[in-house]
Design a protein around this ligand. Sequence first.
Ligand code: CS2
Length: 460
Amino acid sequence: MNRLSLTNLPTKPAVEPGGLSVGIVHLGIGAFHRAHQAVFTERAAQLTGDSRWGISGVTQRSAAVRDQLAPQDGLYSVLTRGGGAASIEVIGSVREVLAASEDPAAVVQRIADPRVGVVTLTVTEKGYRARSGGGLDLTDPEIQADLTGRPPRTVVGQLAAGLARRSGAPLTVLSCDNLVANGPYLARLVREYAEAAGLAGEQFEAAAFPASMVDRIVPATTDADRDEAARLLGVRDEAVVVAEPFIQWVIEDAFAAEQPAWDAAGAVLTADVAPWEQAKLRMLNATHSMLAYLGALRGYETIAEAVRDEDLATAATELMRVDVVPTLTPPDGLDLTAYGESVLERFANPALKHRTAQVAMDGSVKLPVRLLGTVQDRLAAGAEPYAAALAVAAWMVYVSRTAGLDDPQAARLQSAAASAGGPAALVDALLAVDTVFAPNLRENKTFRSLLVDHVTALTR
Ligand code: CS2
């Protein structure tokens, strides 16, 4: 079957394919970006006719995405799976893909390009190379290697080098990762990197780092998805991404200069993203992780299967209702109970096949963001975070039982878990991991005893 390309278009993208010039650099052009920011970008270009905001996507580690997209002129499709029949749409907002592993200098050059006004990022929690609690991890070997002056390979190094070489309009750097106050978090990393590298200048002063909250469930694409896309399109798309119908983007309205009309495409611009972000991280992402660990322990392959298990659905509901909601100040107009219900409905979408193992990945960097803030706030309020501790305990058991754990700290976690005999020892060994648990949590007797009870029950 022929390959999707400019000369082989089954349906016309909303924008003239190839008609956009590059105005956005996106670091981390994985499935999520292609199903989220790239879709908003395409709709904004369609609605406004503004052709300045095409995307230059950067793939950091492997060149696979570049190799999929280059023969397709950057075109790919989004396969949306909701309740009814799947629908498919070709997206034309990605104009080029750079592979940082092959040509790191090209990435810096693009960020420095005065026609580029915005850099967006989806590089996952671990891509920031931060210390637990924030700030740059200067012991990270890749950060150290970048600081010796090679063409930078870390995201923070790329941003700092790009800013240092830039002239013209100031840059907006927009983190779209699931982190608390992602904008200021990244601003601090770039500032600390620049200090360590001896980089400075106007562009650093003038750059803006707004915060943002992104939401869409985008499981890894499978061969079955690629086959279905081929049937629907009549041409082969090696870069198809799969997503649920739901899509949301809340952006702090604090750009350094001009911005794409993402709001015209449905993004919400606001002065304060924090209430949105907290609700999303503590409700959606926290229950997602809980269902991933509890679900995997019960042998479920997918999140949809896990949330159909009544015990697990109850645990997720309790987590939100009892532990999370009291810690939140909801944004105007958001009913947290209804939000919680809608989250579980989205997880139950049987067409998505989101693997528990995928959501379970990188727990050491996800837990602090999604769950441990809730634990801290509940303990500070004198409450026992029973349900939140269950999620953490499920992670502990998962760590101890999973061969080939997919986590940036896998070696440390698994050697801690391996030396522990019995529930209390497992809890103590993992609580001692100071890159995950803050000192006050490590020493909290209430939290420890909840964890021991839960681990005992889960391993019985
Ligand atoms: C998930 C998220 O893999 C994970 O950790 O919790 O990727 C989740 O699907 C998205 O944040 C939804 O917006």
